[in-house]
Design a protein around this ligand. Structure first.
Ligand code: TXA
Ligand code: MG
Length: 320
């Protein structure tokens, strides 16, 4: 399923960074070093590029990805910063802290990168190579850790290649990562700051700085803490019928590979990466159209089809 690509090993000099930024702007996949671990980067505004991340990692479901930014101004265009969020960013950025905040109206990050959530995880990495690359790409860069799904996070370019050689376009080799564990994730979605994942910034340092404790995650906040609960965040208003062979009266079709006549098709040519890129905007569009019942054509359960079917199954699950 994966496009065969030869993975370039780029040096972390001006020429290597410029080439890496060019590949990102063109929708390619570039692994790059941050101070925590190597990230597998793609243009966060391009759903096709983001679908490539899931394909390369072999992720069986769409987790929200961290959008990496080069400056606080860029972060403020993507997310809405409360005074508390602003305070944490001023103190701990650049660095191994991810802030989950409400999505801003001016946001450019695509639905697929956020797994359809109305919030966004933002991080400004401390590693200069990473910030230079993001600035040169000129857009937020979505990046999970650059390993195959289920494997450990990579701290060197060799670790990245061991997992992702020929599945990504390039790795920018900046040597070993200094921190070696992922970023701490704090959600600032209401008045209560919540620790979603411990990581490179100690919880105590945040609590002492804020003069208050961090609450735990609420069910549904974070995929690793509460897998499976995330989907209810973006279920369409319509009821959803899966594996439909034909449309029944009153149903609106969500098609794949031309199985229904005249319905919106996630990928007329049957390309699962294209279907993944279209999935969240299709659900949104169908919802906005006032459709009451959505019938979804069968989608092969292989490659990205597994993540697509996981998402659709949750959209079709009974609502609370
Ligand atoms: O250090 C790190 O954070 C590394 C480097 C590459 O930056 N990245 C990383 O990404 O660890 P990943 O995809 O392995 O983990 C991202 C975590 C996931 O657990 C995801 O659920 C959470 O961030 N996350 C991202 N956006 C979120 C959101 N809007 N709401 C809740 N959780 C979110
Ligand atoms: Mg990871």
């Amino acid at each position: 399923m994966i496009h065969a690509r030869t993975t370039l090993r780029l040096q972390a000099d001006a020429a290597g960074e410029a080439q890496a930024a060019r590949i990102l702007r063109e929708g390619g996949l570039v692994a790059f070093p941050t101070e925590t671990v190597y990230g597998l980067g793609a243009d966060a505004t391009n759903p096709r590029a983001v679908a490539g991340i899931y394909e390369a990692k072999g992720r069986p479901r769409f987790n929200p990805l961290i959008a990496h930014v080069a400056s606080l101004e860029q972060a403020r265009r993507e997310g809405t910063f409360s005074p508390l969020a602003e305070k944490l960013a001023q103190k701990f950025w650049p660095g191994p802290l991810t802030l989950v905040v409400p999505l801003a109206e001016t946001a450019s990050v695509c639905d697929l990168a956020r797994a359809g959530l109305p919030s966004i995880g933002l991080r400004m990495p401390a590693a200069n190579i990473a910030r230079d690359l993001i600035a040169a790409a000129g857009r937020p860069i979505a990046a999970p850790s650059a390993n195959r799904s289920g494997h450990v996070s990579p701290a060197t370019a060799d670790h990245v290649l061991a997992d992702l050689e020929d599945r990504i376009d390039a790795v920018l080799d900046g040597g070993a990562c200094a921190v070696g564990v992922e970023s701490t994730i704090v959600a600032l979605l209401d008045d209560t700051p919540r620790l979603l994942r411990p990581g490179g910034v100690a919880r105590e340092d945040i609590e002492v700085f804020l003069g208050m404790g961090l609450a735990g995650a609420e069910p549904g906040d974070s995929q690793p803490l509460a897998p499976g609960l995330l989907a209810s965040h973006y279920a369409p208003g319509a009821s959803v019928r899966l594996n439909a062979r034909e449309l029944e009266p009153g149903e609106t079709g969500l098609d794949f590979a031309g199985q229904f006549a005249g319905a919106f098709d996630l990928s007329p040519s049957g390309d699962l990466e294209e279907a993944a890129a279209n999935l969240f905007s299709a659900l949104r569009t169908l919802d906005a159209s006032g459709a009451m019942r959505i019938a979804v054509a069968p989608i092969p359960n292989q490659g990205l089809g597994e993540a697509i079917n996981d998402r659709l199954a949750r959209a079709a699950a009974p609502r609370p």
